[in-house]
Design a protein around this ligand. Structure first.
Ligand code: RIB
Ligand code: CA
Length: 312
């Protein structure tokens, strides 16, 4: 019997604690065939997000193409998030030096080549600012026809975490987000409306630690640092932003979505980076995004825990 082929995916990330956990979820899921990991500046500068990507994969004994991309947004200065992820971008647990080198090609080159050459349509899973994705789509618009879907973590229909109305990944590079949302590619937005309902609580962190094993323990240690940032939102736990995007590709039934028209504010003094979502069709514009609005948290956590167990 021929082995079941995983769905070909490319993950673009800016580790970042939740990016790291999302990578560990993806690589422990045989349903996915991760063709490459591409890296972007966001949570920290590119040199740090690249090192963090290589170190986390090395820690878990994973080797794949890791291609560095944009070290800044398309037109704006870079904004990073040391208050969330620390100066290293992955503060907390000690991680090993990378066991392998990054790819010689740029992220957008890897995305273009891998999508163009794939006999099966490729799903893109961006977990940071959308700069690399926008560069790939603008450099090679032909690849849109071989992209199954872009399921990205970012934005919010009705929420904000970096401004009252905008989410970090989109705030960092709203111009890139606008290019992606208007690309014509099928898009699922896993925004704060989903991820704020997918929190891991201290009891979950302890359950991970009790699981034992290097990777579950690493995730628990990552959560110990990451969880310091979220009480200011009144949360009892910490939102699993990026793992939600991977989970939504693994099992779309986890997330409730509505097809709506979404555009990105790029000029607002107070609203720059807002993913402006037309719930009532008042713009008359055709829906361009499947907007995530809810998630089955318990099934999501079970998926995450089952994946972590597979490392041991
Ligand atoms: O707003 C949350 C998003 O911004 C996540 O992707 C997190 O890693 C940061 O990049
Ligand atoms: Ca991220």
């Amino acid at each position: 019997m021929t082995p079941v082929q995983g769905r070909p995916v490319i993950i673009d990330c800016d580790p970042g604690h939740d990016d790291a956990i999302a990578l560990l979820l993806a690589f422990a899921s045989p349903e996915l065939d991760v063709r490459a990991v591409t890296v972007v500046a966001g949570n920290q500068t590119l040199d740090k997000t690249l090192r963090n990507t290589l170190s986390v994969l090395s820690f878990a004994g994973i080797q794949t193409e890791v291609a560095a991309g944009a070290d800044r947004p398309l037109v704006r200065p870079l904004v990073t998030a040391p208050e969330v992820h620390g100066e290293s971008g992955l503060d907390g647990p000690a991680l090993p030096e990378p066991a392998f080198s990054p790819s010689p090609r740029k992220a957008w080159e890897a995305i273009i080549d891998l999508v163009r050459s794939s006999p099966q349509k490729v799903t893109l899973i961006p977990l940071g600012p959308l700069t690399n994705i926008a560069l790939a789509l603008r450099t090679a618009p032909d690849i849109c026809s071989n992209i199954e879907r872009i399921t990205f973590m970012g934005g919010a229909a009705r929420d904000g975490n970096w401004s009252p109305v905008a989410e970090f990944n989109i705030v960092v590079d709203p111009e890139a987000a606008r290019i992606v949302l208007h690309s014509g590619v099928p898009i699922t937005m896993i925004g704060l409306d989903v991820t704020h309902k997918a929190q891991l609580y201290p009891s979950d962190t302890e359950a991970l630690r009790a699981m034992g094993g290097r990777v579950p323990t690493l995730v628990a240690d990552l959560m110990d640092f990451y969880s310091r940032f979220h009480p200011r939102f009144g949360f009892q736990g910490s939102p699993m932003h990026d793992p939600c995007a991977v989970a939504a590709v693994l099992d779309p039934s986890l997330v409730t979505t509505r097809s709506l028209y979404v555009d990105v504010e790029t000029r607002g003094e107070l609203t720059s980076g807002q993913t402006v979502t037309d719930f009532y069709g008042v713009t008359g514009r055709a829906a361009n995004v499947d907007v995530g609005l809810d998630i089955d948290r318990d099934r999501f956590v079970r998926m995450l825990f089952e994946a972590m167990k597979r490392y041991e």
